[in-house]
Design a binder for this molecule. Structure first.
Ligand SMILES: NC(=O)c1ccc[n+]([C@@H]2O[C@H](COP(=O)([O-])OP(=O)(O)OC[C@H]3O[C@@H](n4cnc5c(N)ncnc54)[C@H](O)[C@@H]3O)[C@@H](O)[C@H]2O)c1
Length: 340
């Protein structure tokens, strides 16, 4: 079988540390093109990983040999680039948040359908080993039904991550639209929807800019209620000091699952009424300072080669970003709103 040829739009941090690195390790995948408006950046990555350099993604999309495209640019560009890629007949893996409005997200889903190509969204928290283990435990039914949860994603901010540091687009509303909620909150909204096998129907939230010099939020707290009646809270923050916090605690009728609270055991299950504990030694959650493989490129490649719709498709990306957009609206209106 011929190799799947990938074109990368955006040669910043996520492309460098995850997508290109992960793609280079896949048998049957070829890094065919790398595009960034910063030519030097694209050239540096091409020297490391191979591929033709472009500074205009529309020109790159004209290359008929490219089968699939990875969009990892500022949030505002996700929709136009994804739609253009579908019109050029490519499969697309787009980074999270998949879009900055519901309408954009819907148009992306429609464009994929019209092109008969796959749309996958980079909601990689689902693929992290501790989260996969927690899902298995929940599915087994041994700790009963989920009652409530808290899930946190907090780090010191994108200045320590983005290739442009403190000058990054992450801090500019015109490029990012959303701040910590769109960056980290959407990861947790998606993770919890997947872990609970449920959808959020109502949210209220506090969202603020506490410390960063930015016109987007840097700290947000959301209260959520699911279709099944589960209640939970998500905190997303760029103002964390100390180590990155990516913790989730899920309370069930027969016990509690803790993810990321114990440094030795990524998953701990404590049964109710002193009925014992399970200590799970599974692989770590990738963090900004610990770049373990995210599995996202492998999953995208598998979809393409096995001709199987990606699990994290446009509809999943839509439901997760819609939760966050509704939370932002709820915070602004100081109301509890139905997720739409
Ligand atoms: N899934 C995850 O865990 C995860 C982690 C980090 C970032 N992300 C997402 O990935 C996307 C990119 O983030 P990043 O951290 O790599 O940002 P970054 O700032 O490090 O890099 C963004 C790159 O996009 C380039 N760019 C901007 N406009 C462009 C254009 N018109 N054409 C081509 N290139 C263009 C910039 O020059 C820059 O090199 C964001 O949507 C972000 O939310 C996802």
């Amino acid at each position: 079988m011929a190799k799947v040829k990938y074109g990368f739009i955006g040669a910043g941090s996520i492309a460098r540390w995850r997508h290109l690195n992960e793609c280079a390790k896949i048998n049957g995948a070829e890094i065919a093109a790398i595009c960034d408006i910063d030519k030097k950046r694209a050239q540096e990555r091409a020297e490391e990983f191979g591929g033709t350099v472009y500074t205009d993604y529309k020109k790159m999309l004209k290359d008929a040999d490219i089968d699939a495209v990875i969009v990892s640019t500022p949030n505002k560009l996700h929709a136009p680039m994804t739609i253009a890629a579908f019109k050029a007949g490519k499969h697309v893996l787009v980074e999270k948040p998949m879009a900055t409005t519901r309408l954009e997200a819907k148009k992306m889903i429609e464009a994929a359908k019209a092109a008969r190509k796959y749309l996958m969204v980079g909601q990689n928290q689902r693929l992290m080993p501790p989260h996969v283990r927690a899902k298995e435990i929940l599915k087994s039914g041994r700790i009963g039904k989920v009652v409530s949860f808290r899930s946190e994603f907090q780090h010191p901010g994108p200045e320590g991550w983005s290739i442009d540091g403190a000058k990054s687009w992450f801090f500019k509303k015109k490029d990012a639209v959303m701040g910590a909620l769109g960056d980290l909150g959407v990861h947790k909204a998606d993770l919890m929807r997947w872990l609970l096998d449920d959808d959020f129907v109502e949210v209220s939230a506090f969202v603020s800019t506490l410390q960063k010099k930015s016109d987007v939020d840097d700290h947000g707290m959301i209260l959520l209620k699911s279709k099944k009646g589960i209640m939970g809270q998500i905190t997303a923050s760029w103002v964390n000091r100390g180590p990155e916090n990516n913790q989730t605690v899920i309370t069930c009728t027969n016990g509690t699952i803790e993810i990321g609270t114990n440094p030795d055991y990524p998953v701990v299950v404590t049964y109710a009424h002193g009925a014992g504990r399970e200590l799970h030694e599974v692989g770590a959650i990738a963090s900004n300072t610990n770049q373990t493989g995210s599995g996202i490129m492998d999953a995208f490649h598998e979809s393409i080669t096995k001709k199987r719709k990606p699990e994290i498709d446009g509809n999943e990306g839509y439901a997760s970003v819609a939760t966050i957009l509704t939370a932002m609206e709820a915070a602004k209106q100081r109301k509890t709103l139905k997720v739409k």
